[in-house]
Design a protein around this ligand. Structure first.
Ligand SMILES: Cc1ncc(COP(=O)(O)O)c(C=O)c1O
Length: 399
């Protein structure tokens, strides 16, 4: 057999659409499909704080020696403070370890390998819906994957009752994947009170939370967005946290993320870290240095940190501003359907409620690219394109 007899793999539903967008000759095309932040000019620029950190790194770097398997201790410490806050009891009690991974996807895959190898028999539960790559990552590691209810399409809100009713039935020890904030694709997060209840169920049922934390700072603020994650890190509980810094540092192609283990005790964290290092060694051996060096530098320098925080705040305000502008423009153009739920949701994504057929018409007739599920990236909207976008949506809703 030679490779020409192999079947073609289907294109990735998100990245495949971007390929089609890039080939589209229409000068007024609009891409609301991919999960990348765009500024008011439709660009994805390098953060100023990142550029300044890179200048420092260029000056001081003297070697390209390998990184430790789990990355640098300084990076681990800064990530833990960002995710868990200053002096979190788990950090003080030395119950936390962080491995630097290639992106948030790398963190998820290392976590999946760790679960598969060390916690046999566990099923991974994903929200319905979730980021389309979640099932791929966990299945690739050989784990069984199931879904729990999350989205109430009629109300465009969290179906908390159905969600918690299902979580209460899960077998002891199973893994529950939760989005730390800015749920992808719905933009709907639990309230602080709901996070408490989720935490109670995790404890009562002895479930293992795996928190995917890819958008810290893009919802309500760096601290506010971490409230759910922190509320699950309770005494005596094990938690896995997968951070991505692709969005909130704009470091997409540097591939920088982190897997943080919060364990019930110091013995647990040391054992888990040793196994996580074994998973990493057998996968990519050790992480790429540059992205983590940038984050360590920015978070360790008060001036750069303040500049970065201001840049994240500007992103967040632009996203929330575009949500409001989109809803108001649709209304001004006479669209009767109520899209006001978009203003209540957070992060780059929301479900628009557009059907597969409407999405298809938008692409064919207007070169507007939206995922078949109706998920839109609000950050793909600008003050320049929102008028044309709303005209097109008004037309497809009427036809
Ligand atoms: C929910 C979620 N998790 C993880 C990731 C992966 O991030 P990274 O690009 O850092 O691998 C993404 C990226 O879109 C995401 O939306």
């Amino acid at each position: 057999m030679t490779f020409d007899s192999l079947p073609m793999a289907p294109a990735d539903p998100i990245l495949g659409l971007t390929e089609a967008f890039n080939k589209d000759p229409n000068p007024n095309k609009i891409n609301l499909s991919v999960g990348v932040y765009k500024d008011a000019e439709g660009k994805t620029p390098v953060f100023r704080a990142v550029k300044r950190a890179e200048e420092q790194i260029l000056q001081r770097e003297t070697s390209k020696d390998y990184m430790p398997i789990q990355g640098s201790p300084a990076y681990a410490e800064r990530v833990q403070t960002l995710v868990l806050g200053v002096n979190h009891p788990a950090v003080v009690e030395r119950r936390v370890a962080t491995a630097h991974t290639p992106g948030g996807t790398g963190a998820l895959r290392v976590a999946a390998d760790f679960i598969k190898q060390m916690l046999p028999g566990r099923t991974v539960w994903l929200s319905d819906p979730t980021w389309p790559n979640h099932p791929n990552v966990f299945k690739a590691a050989g784990l069984p994957v199931q879904i729990y209810p999350y989205f109430d399409a009629a109300a465009n809100a969290l179906d908390f009752e159905a969600m918690t009713a299902k979580l209460r039935t899960l077998p002891e020890g199973d893994v529950v994947v939760l989005h730390g904030c800015c749920h992808n694709p719905t933009g709907i997060d639990p309230t602080p009170e709901q996070w408490q209840i989720i935490g109670d169920i995790m404890t009562e049922r002895n479930l293992l939370p795996l928190i995917d934390f890819a958008y810290q700072g893009l919802g309500d603020g760096l601290e506010e967005d971490a409230a759910g994650v922190r509320s699950l890190c309770r005494p005596g509980r094990d938690v896995l946290i997968c951070s991505s810094f692709s969005k909130n540092f704009g470091l997409y192609n540097e591939r920088v993320g982190a897997l943080t283990v919060v364990a019930a005790n110091e013995q647990g964290v040391q054992a888990a870290l040793s196994q996580i290092k074994a998973c990493i060694r057998a996968n990519y051996s050790n992480p790429p240095a540059h992205g983590a060096a940038i984050i360590t530098t920015v978070l360790g320098d008060p001036e750069l940190r303040a500049e970065w925080e201001a840049e994240v705040a500007a992103m967040r305000e632009r996203i929330n501003g575009m949500r409001a502008l989109f809803v108001d423009t649709l209304r001004a153009k006479g669209v009767q359907r109520d899209f006001s739920f978009l203003k209540r949701q957070r992060g780059m994504f929301s479900f628009s409620g557009l059907t597969k057929e409407q999405v298809e018409t938008l692409r064919r007739k207007y070169a507007i690219y939206i995922l078949a599920s109706g998920r839109i990236n609000v950050a793909g909207m600008t003050e320049h394109n929102v008028g044309a976008l709303c005209d097109a949506i008004a037309e497809v809703l009427c036809s």
